[in-house]
Design a protein around this ligand. Sequence first.
Ligand code: ADE
Length: 243
Amino acid sequence: MKIDILTLFPEMLEGPLSQSMMKRAQDKGLVDIQVTNFRQYGQGKHQQVDDTPYGGGAGMLLKPEPLFEAMDEIKKEGGGSPRVILMDPAGQPFDQKMAENFANASHLVFICGHYEGYDERIRTLVTDEVSLGDYVLTGGELAALVMIDASVRLLPGVLGNQASAQADSHSSGLLEHPHYTRPIEYRGMTVPEVLRNGNHKLIDQWRHQESLKRTALRRPDMLAKLDLSEEDQDYLDQLRNQE
Ligand code: ADE
């Protein structure tokens, strides 16, 4: 996979992309990440990238020319047609499905804005407008890092144990069940008996029911989107009757 990031603050990306799983993915050749400061396509002596809005109003807008020229270069180098993702608090909210979708693409381009917003014509360059969540950041860099991390960790070979990506909270539509490691007892808190008896059928059932319980308590909105089996439904009814 190839990832291009267009930003005015490349240093903001250096740390997170050079550590842990993102470093490993690049070292193993599973992803090639290129950060470009699009100020190099800025206009005039001051390499201007922003300007005041027509019609008045507060703040500066990113001008179209630098981003169009940066995209010309990326398309020339990469060939094909990349998925071009605009970081925008007014975009579609990012979620696990979107991460899975991005992980299937061969070339992603993330455009990180700063300042008040984008000249509207910039939107004709993009295939997706995506928001990290319902809050406003000072720029798109942190949002792009989160989306890249969530997508790259899904590429085969990035995580040590592929099964752990499958079991993650959100990939199944349910939150993950509780986990325990040694010691068996700590400050009066003990590891549930079922996890210690080696009966994998019972362990799987316990884990699934704990996932259901946790999701029902914390994220009923997620549960409402699922087509639950009769058995799961019975388990949840039973929980509710206990309350
Ligand atoms: N830029 C500013 N706020 C943002 C958000 N919530 N998501 C994506 N990009 C942004």
